[in-house]
Ligand binder design. Structure first.
Ligand code: NAG
Ligand code: NAG
Length: 506
């Protein structure tokens, strides 16, 4: 890969392309696209039959699926990527490919888990396309290089292509799978883009009719999809493709990469001010002595408005006793009491509420930047998204340990509804997910929040993130974890990597 640049490099071609796209008004673009489309139709004829792998792969044979989200910030980013893909097609003089924005395909709560939509992809494109290429909204694609890359693989065979990640040790987020040899199983880094050949899509479709994915829970989708495809050895492994990269797409151009990724923290204008974020820490008497001191030593000083909610009032912290009995698990009663208190009593109608556990480690300066991209007058419910029962009409939720972020409007909407805990010890994060799902408020996913410890995630995956949170003290020194991964000062760089500051202007 390219050596680190001592100075910010000249802006990449991609930057100019993006700039160009922002400047070109959509109608002009559409007309241009239609023109080119017409010309191409004359000169090239679609011939599916008798196709062999030596033939040039045409762009229209690839269906692009952007793993997009309906929140307005994310939808806009995905539309910009769609525009970029189509614009590149025009410039190549190729017929336009199909580009699908996942959040637009279906109101289906589980669309983001992809497997439920595979039969639909098979029905619509199984006969006339060769590949489905999936990517995230921040993936940047160099289309000619992608075509060249996919062409190397015989599209009449079953292929599962991507940038391979693996566990270093067995981890809770993968249900401790492959405990004897955790590094052996490979799964795709979605950020780099990943692809399924149509024969594999069609095979998966048949299998999905009789065999749904094993678990009721969706925790780490990329791992779960790879497991389903692998089918305990009956299906293909992920084939690692070196051209699918997660190098930073807005600084040094990476030769040889068909994809790149925006690795910096999103920033849209000024960071949200400290006074606009209210932090609620859930604790209980038995953890006052060991967990709260960690919060005090690490991130508490970054919070302007913070309260600790416990089953016991202790003035040295201080904690607020919400008058509810502590529950060993669940905390639903406590969480709803926090929501009520925020809505009715928080000073100056604070825009944002963050609820964390007493063993959550969080970077509030990074959160303030991230939140600049969201509109607190919209109902925003943000964090690391998990799913429950999504194959059968379940719901998505924000997993509590990584931190749950609510806009004031989301809290207002929720409390105005009748949706409440079934019991004080119901799992709060799941109940909230169910309630918001019923209200039509989507979970907005950010992979920068983490329900587990840094050691629970692949190193290569964390390398292209600026993490906002981690969770759990088990077998780690949490103070060290905070200062290594989350402490102020590293906001600009992906973990352990320096990047020119100029890119945040993008
Ligand atoms: C996908 O296919 C199923 C079964 O044919 C259908 O019921 C469903 O509405 C389709 N979903 C979308 C988003 O097209
Ligand atoms: C394949 O069929 C789908 C649905 O019928 C259509 O939208 C798409 O444009 C077709 N693709 C090609 C390459 O003909």
């Amino acid at each position: 890969m390219a050596p680190p640049a001592p100075h910010p490099r000249p802006r990449s071609l991609l930057f100019f392309l993006l700039l160009f796209l922002f400047l070109v008004p959509p109608p002009a673009f559409t007309e241009a696209a239609e023109d080119v489309k017409g010309e191409v139709r004359h000169s090239q004829k679609w011939e599916r039959s008798g196709k062999s792998s030596e033939n040039n792969l045409e762009l229209k044979e690839i269906v692009f699926v952007i793993q997009s989200q309906s929140n307005s910030f994310h939808a806009k980013r995905a539309e910009e990527l769609e525009h970029d893909i189509l614009q590149q097609a025009v410039q190549l003089g190729q017929e336009l490919p199909t580009v699908i924005l996942l959040h637009k395909v279906a109101r289906h709560e589980g669309a983001w888990t992809i497997l439920p939509l595979v039969p639909n992809f098979s029905a619509a494109y199984g006969r006339n396309s060769s590949w489905i290429f999936f990517c995230e909204e921040e993936t940047r694609i160099h289309i000619p290089k992608l075509l060249e890359t996919l062409q190397r693989y015989d599209q009449l065979k079953e292929w599962f292509l991507g940038k391979a990640l693996h566990d270093e040790e067995s981890t809770i987020i993968h249900h401790y799978a492959f405990a004897e040899n955790p590094t052996a199983f490979k799964f795709p880094d979605f950020a780099a883009g990943w692809a399924l050949s149509m024969p594999l899509v069609n095979k998966l479709t048949k299998r999905l009719k009789t065999e749904s994915p094993k678990s009721d829970f969706t925790i780490d989708l990329k791992h779960e999809i790879a497991l389903y495809i692998w089918e305990r050895g009956n299906g293909p492994h992920l084939t690692p493709v070196p051209e699918l990269c997660t190098d930073d797409g807005s600084s040094a151009p990476a030769p040889g990469c068909a994809t790149l990724f925006t690795t910096s923290l999103p920033l849209c204008g000024m960071p949200v001010e400290e006074k606009d974020i209210f932090v609620a820490v859930k604790t209980c008497k038995k953890f006052h002595g060991d967990r709260i001191p960690v919060v005090k030593k690490t991130w508490e000083s970054q919070a302007r408005l913070i309260e600790y909610y416990s089953d016991y009032a202790e003035s040295s912290i201080p904690t607020v006793d919400l008058g509810l009995p502590n529950t060993d698990r669940g905390h639903c009663g406590k969480t709803f009491a926090i929501l009520e208190r925020f809505l009715n009593r928080s000073p100056d109608k604070t825009a944002w509420l963050v609820i964390v556990d007493d063993d959550t480690l969080i970077s509030l300066p990074r959160l303030r930047k991230l939140l600049s991209c969201y509109d607190s007058t919209e109902a925003v419910f943000l964090g690391e998204r998990y799913g429950y029962g999504l194959g059968t009409g379940g719901y998505s939720y924000v997993t509590g340990g990584g931190g749950m972020v609510f806009s004031r409007e989301a809290v207002r909407k929720l409390l105005a509804s009748k949706c409440r805990c079934s019991s004080n010890d119901a799992p709060d994060d799941m109940v909230l997910g169910m309630c918001f799902s019923g209200l039509g408020v989507p979970v907005t996913h950010s992979p920068l929040f983490h329900q587990a410890r840094p050691t629970d995630y692949p190193r290569d995956y964390l390398a292209h993130q600026v993490p906002v949170s981690f969770h759990k003290h088990w077998n780690v020194d949490p103070v060290k974890v905070y200062f290594t991964w989350l402490a102020p000062g590293g906001e600009e760089a992906g973990a352990g990597r320096k990047q020119p500051p100029s890119k945040q202007e993008l």
